[in-house]
Design a protein around this ligand. Structure first.
Ligand code: ADE
Ligand code: ZN
Length: 329
């Protein structure tokens, strides 16, 4: 059932979605030795979240040109489309694409968009970008990233976020960057409540005025905060498989997505960094259906809530809604 349902994914890191075979191929072409980041079965190998961030950055180190990113984007969208994704928003970091230089970033973006246009024509999947500084690179670099974001804000770069190590720094350190992005017309999201507790989610909402939260699941540790999130209509970009593989929860039934939804929170479903977590959107749907007895009606309402929370323009939203409704009729 799952693969056939049209899906909307709002939380996907482009480099984190790179198939290991793709990264191994690039490493071979560039004579780089990356054997240390792969296990015997060929998948990415890491000990915990912090080691995951290192392996992520080592894999990303193979991506050195706009052409590499064009190929990466196509490889990633092939996987997403095979899982039934019809609309996706992915995190892009000028930190990795041109070292935060505006001119270089524009070239990377052109290549990524070329791949996205091709995928839209041939696979029927629509992609939009969210520019994302990396928290553990610090607020100064985030400012440069925000300038890249503001310079390219429009109908394709539609949002601004913050990824990386939530244990480092505080949301308010990034206020300048988020204000600049907002003034450029970008919509805002921030990773919080993954490795930080409820106070981290609270700070992202209060200090950065975001309308979506990446993960946000640890809000469940403070029901007053959960009610605030529900009342304010803040959307959680939940990545259950990622949370389980990284050890936040012991299994699918223990994951709080069902409880958050029952309490009135707008929940959405994403994969985060799918090959790192041995997942796909279809896999997430199957496991959630099994754990919580969710049927096609539940998944349809989540897909509708997801496209309503997407940062794209109205015409794109209307087109995707038609696709979702036609499949559900
Ligand atoms: N970058 C890639 N995946 C991430 C995650 N799950 N949390 C924070 N930063 C990330
Ligand atoms: Zn993420």
């Amino acid at each position: 059932m799952a693969a056939d349902l049209p899906k909307v994914e709002l939380h996907l890191h482009l480099e984190g979605a790179a198939p290991p075979t793709f990264i191994r191929g690039l490493a071979r072409e560039k004579h780089m030795d990356l054997s240390g980041i792969f296990g015997e079965d060929g998948s990415y190998k890491y000990r915990d979240f912090w080691d995951f961030l290192k392996v992520y950055e080592a894999a990303t180190d193979t991506l050195k040109t706009p052409e590499d990113y064009r190929r990466l984007t196509l490889a990633v969208l092939e996987e997403s489309a095979a899982s039934g994704v019809v609309y996706s928003e992915c995190f892009l970091s000028p930190d990795f694409c041109g070292g935060r230089d505006v001119g270089a970033w524009k070239e990377y973006l052109l290549a990524i968009r070329e791949a996205a246009d091709q995928a839209e024509r041939t696979m029927g999947i629509t992609l939009r970008g969210i520019v994302t500084p990396i928290r553990h690179f610090g607020p100064d670099k985030a400012r440069q990233t925000a300038i890249c974001a503001a310079e390219t804000a429009g109908d394709w770069i539609v949002g601004f976020g913050l990824a990386g190590d939530e244990k480092i720094g505080e949301p308010k350190d990034f206020r300048w960057s988020f204000d600049a992005a907002r003034e450029a017309g970008l919509r805002l999201t921030c990773h919080a409540g993954e490795w930080g507790g409820p106070e981290s989610v609270h700070a992202a909402i209060r200090d950065l005025e975001v309308e979506r939260i990446g993960h946000g699941v640890r809000a469940i540790e403070d029901m007053a905060l959960v009610d605030q999130i529900a009342e304010q209509g803040i959307v959680l970009e939940i990545c259950p498989g990622s949370n389980i593989v990284l050890g936040l929860y012991t299994g699918w039934r223990q994951h709080p997505i069902h409880q958050l939804r029952e309490r009135g929170v707008k929940v959405t479903i994403s994969t985060d960094d799918p090959p790192f977590f041995h997942t796909t959107m279809a896999h997430e749907y199957d496991r959630l259906a099994e754990a919580f007895d969710w049927d096609a009606g539940v998944f349809h309402s989540i897909a509708r809530a997801s496209i309503d929370a997407a940062f794209c323009d109205g015409d794109t939203r209307t087109r995707i809604i038609k696709t979702l409704e036609a499949a559900h009729a």
